[in-house]
Design a protein around this ligand. Sequence first.
Ligand code: GDP
Ligand code: MG
Length: 171
Amino acid sequence: SEVFLPHGAEVQHLDDPGDSGVGKSCIVLRFVRGQFDPTSKVTVGASFLSQTIALQDSTTVKFEIWDTAGQERYAALAPLYYRGAGVAVIVYDITSPESFTKAQYWVKELQKHGSPGIVMALVGNKADLQEKREVPVQDGIDYAEKNGMFFIETSAKTADNINQLFEVFLR
Ligand code: GDP
Ligand code: MG
């Protein structure tokens, strides 16, 4: 996938992964290409992908997806991607309580600065790693409910609930 950076943005080396690694890029690649690449590269800035879904009544819906980098150093760029977005997917890793805390930061950020009426989903990814789970599913459900968001646990690795995640927005 191509990397798009806003004009004037610098490409920097990523020596502190921060809250990256929750599986955002893998979720998008699973949805768009039906693939899982365990060696996929860290997203720099953001990349753009699209996927068109045919509905039963033969109309189509085109998802235009910005896959952002979650790193703190790119936080200033994030509004460039979520401004004007109708939908936001905030992902954490069910094996990482830190990533769940960071997801809550992004929820608040989008509540403050996202488009009015933005539809948000909270996603607990890496659901295939049940034996390493550190974020109880109920914590995700409760937080999402309190904040009026959809909630789903996914695995980009096994493809579990990936299509269901995007179908939520069609509904
Ligand atoms: P991002 O920084 O949020 O975009 O995370 P990536 O999509 O780059 O994934 C980070 C790492 O987690 C990679 O090593 C992936 O192979 C791995 N990963 C992503 N999704 C899953 C998943 O559902 N299950 C497991 N076991 N690993 C995953
Ligand atoms: Mg990424």
